[in-house]
Write a protein of this length. Structure first.
Length: 449
């Protein structure tokens, strides 16, 4: 691969990271101002209507993802990406017009649904495009950036909500919307890579072949015959815990620990940083093991990344302590209970970072280029069901039993996550090898023709 192609791949990856970060930010702008927004719409301390709003956003984005995931495997992905960013950005900008009261809630509900449709168009196209510019042996590292961008979006959205949202909770949506419009303009100058993948870019440069295969409706039977695909796709439980935790986090910190202001953001930043570091480290570990011939390595790491965090996160969520009013940041960090909570969260979420890049790499390893967008969107649809149920379950439990129970219920769901990986562990190698054989035969056939 020449320097021009290499530089183009790096610039493309930076563009995709920016897009994923931006579109992941809006869904995290409600949680820091949960009670403020609830009062703005006249609901007082009743957060269930906002739980329903979050539920609806996630479900609609899941349906959108199914549709556009299939289209991403069939037509030019650049234009799906462009349209998705435009829809997402314009709806975000119009959030600034949302008035207080019940009518404002209805308008915000509608705009949130449209934002969800744009979100659903962007994710599968971006994933598919990243899969084309990362080599087979570097997939865990390369696709870790997809997860890292999502985490960065979480932090950006939360940070904007806390700082820009202090004056008006709607300002962060306006900022993200304007940024999205700028990114959409940049997409117009982006050249879509071939679906043949980075490992065969050198063949393309010689003008020998181009990869023209596209998904057909009959291919769905091939996709869902793979047992590993089935279990990767239907694992909706894995996003219920994070859906609960992220939705209730700031209200829980304030009500259970009297943590207010920037302290919860610092906690979130440190835990996200630990997840990011874990994602990068375990991405390298997964790739190195894969290069040495251990094709189950990525799946094993993802399985362990779901098991190890359970006791650490549980202890962190239920450990009791109370921060005095007007305590400084230094004083908070000297409270033993706070340190125990923070350390256990950091350890648990560092281990959980093993899931991110290795999960995405496994999806790519198992499937042909023209099937990847569909598989990811199907898996994300079920993930979205879990992410939608999370805020709804958390809001109902918190309203009836308190915030600590609302958070602690997340662990019940977390315990079931590893079950879904057992069949993947058993079947992944034979199904990867079958996919590799089909792809190799296609390349050989196209060269001969």
């Amino acid at each position: 691969m020449n320097n021009s192609t290499k530089n183009s791949s790096i610039l493309s990856l930076l563009l995709f990271i920016t897009i994923v970060a931006i579109i992941n930010s809006a869904q995290y702008m409600i949680s820091p101002n949960l009670l403020v927004i609830s009062k703005y719409f006249g609901f007082g301390k009743n957060i269930t209507p906002l739980g329903i709003l979050a539920f609806s956003f996630i479900i609609l984005s899941g349906v959108s993802m199914l549709i556009f995931g299939y289209l991403a495997d069939k037509i030019v992905r650049k234009w799906i990406l462009f349209c998705g960013v435009i829809i997402y950005s314009i709806s975000s900008i119009f959030t600034i017009t949302v008035p207080p009261g019940i009518n404002g809630y209805y308008l915000f509900f509608l705009l949130t649904i449209i934002i969800g449709i744009g979100f659903g168009a962007i994710i599968p196209s971006t994933f598919s495009l990243i899969g084309d510019i990362v080599s087979k042996e570097d997939r865990s590292k390369g696709l870790s950036f997809f997860s890292i961008a999502s985490l960065f979006g979480l932090f950006v959205g939360t940070g904007l909500a806390i700082f820009a949202g202090t004056a008006d909770w709607r300002f962060p949506f306006l900022i993200i919307g304007i940024t999205g419009i700028i990114v959409a303009i940049i997409i117009l100058f982006f050249k879509e890579p071939s679906r043949i993948g980075k490992d065969y870019f050198n063949v393309l440069e010689k003008g020998a072949i181009d990869y023209t295969y596209r998904i057909k409706f009959s291919d769905l039977n091939i996709i869902f015959k793979k047992k590993s695909n089935i279990w990767l796709i239907i694992n909706f439980v894995d996003t219920i815990p994070t859906g609960i935790i992220l939705f209730l986090l700031f209200a829980y910190m304030e009500n259970y620990h009297n943590l207010k202001g920037t302290i919860p953001l610092i906690v979130l930043l440190l835990t996200l940083l630990s997840t990011l570091i874990g994602t990068i480290i375990f991405g390298f570990v997964g790739d190195n093991s894969f290069k040495k011939g251990n094709k189950r390595a990525r799946v094993k790491l993802a399985l362990l990344g779901n098991i190890i965090p359970i006791p650490f996160v549980y202890i962190a969520l239920v450990f009791p302590f109370w921060v005095p009013d007007n305590a400084t940041i230094v004083e908070v960090f000297l409270i033993p209970g706070f340190l125990i909570m923070l350390i256990f969260l950091i350890i648990g979420l560092f281990a959980n970072g093993a899931v991110n890049g290795n999960w995405y790499a496994t999806v790519v390893d198992l499937n042909l280029p023209e099937h990847r967008g569909t598989v990811l969107s199907s898996a994300n649809f079920f993930d979205i069901i879990g992410r939608a149920l999370g805020p709804l379950i958390g809001a109902i439990i918190a309203d009836n039993y308190g915030f600590v129970w609302g958070m602690a219920i997340s662990i019940i769901f977390w315990i079931f996550i590893p079950v879904f990986w057992i069949s993947v562990m058993k079947n992944c190698v034979s199904e990867m090898e079958a996919t590799e054989a089909i792809f190799a035969e296609r390349i050989k056939s196209m060269k001969n023709n």
